[in-house]
Design a protein around this ligand. Structure first.
Ligand SMILES: C[S@@+](CC[C@H](N)C(=O)[O-])C[C@H]1O[C@@H](n2cnc3c(N)ncnc32)[C@H](O)[C@@H]1O
Length: 222
């Protein structure tokens, strides 16, 4: 993956039990990918000493794995309790900034080799809770959410080195008879700032509730 040839895996088999065993208590809504998945992306796209950033650090899967693999791990996370969890999980081997990813370039310095992240999710309707305030305010609306996610990735593009990657884990969502093409919509707004390189379909043995297709979307700063 480092060189000219580009080979995004079309699908990966994912085991729900593996994710359930790793997930910190209470993280079911937030932690969507396994440490093994993070390791494969980090090893495919960076070398030891490379800088890995997660602007929506969550419970720290990306940062914990990046630090373990000898990468420089940097994260931004809005919720103080998540920041504390990541600091305990990574035992000082990651830099975790308590802040808002919408102000990313004011918090983090480039160049960054890889951004591996999963943004907070939102359905297109019946979802006033704003994902980008940690669902703490009721001013959420889908077009604004997508515009703000796009603005975060404009900043990701500014921080990435030329040739660096952004890999985004995002699923389409199903709620009753409403389908939110979240993966397509997030992919579209990210592609306004970075070159789309392909997708990996995450093929779960037990499908996560509320999710339709689950993907890694691969982008590169060209
Ligand atoms: C889907 S979770 C990420 C989980 C992470 N991939 C993991 O495995 O631990 C999204 C995270 O983004 C955080 N978040 C939401 N809005 C944010 C913002 N504006 N700036 C930074 N973090 C934010 C949420 O608090 C949540 O922890």
């Amino acid at each position: 993956m480092h060189g000219e040839a580009y080979d995004v895996r079309p699908y990966l088999l994912m085991r729900a039990a593996e994710l359930a065993a790793e997930r910190p208590a209470g993280a079911a809504e937030d932690v969507h990918f396994t440490e093994a998945l993070a390791a494969s992306v980090i090893e495919d796209t960076t070398s030891v000493g490379g800088v890995v950033l997660d602007p929506f650090a969550g419970y720290g899967t990306t940062l914990a794995v990046a630090a373990r693999l000898g990468r420089v791990a940097v994260g931004v996370e809005l919720l103080a309790e998540h920041v504390e969890l990541i600091m305990a999980r990574t035992a000082g081997r990651a830099t975790v900034l308590h802040g808002d990813a919408r102000a990313l370039t004011g918090l983090v310095e480039g160049p960054v080799d890889l951004v591996l992240t999963s943004p907070p999710y939102m359905t297109a309707v019946h979802h006033p809770e704003n994902p980008l305030t940690g669902y703490a305010t009721d001013d959420g609306d889908y077009p604004t959410y997508l515009r703000e996610i796009g603005a975060v990735f404009a900043q990701v593009a500014a921080l990435l080195r030329v040739g660096g990657h952004a890999v985004v884990n995002v699923a389409n969502l199903v709620s009753g008879n409403v389908v939110t093409p979240l993966a397509w919509d997030v992919g579209r707004v990210v592609a306004e700032h970075l070159s789309f390189r392909g997708e990996t379909f995450l093929c779960w043995d037990e499908h996560p509730p509320g999710h339709a297709g689950d993907y890694l979307l691969w982008f590169q700063r060209s």
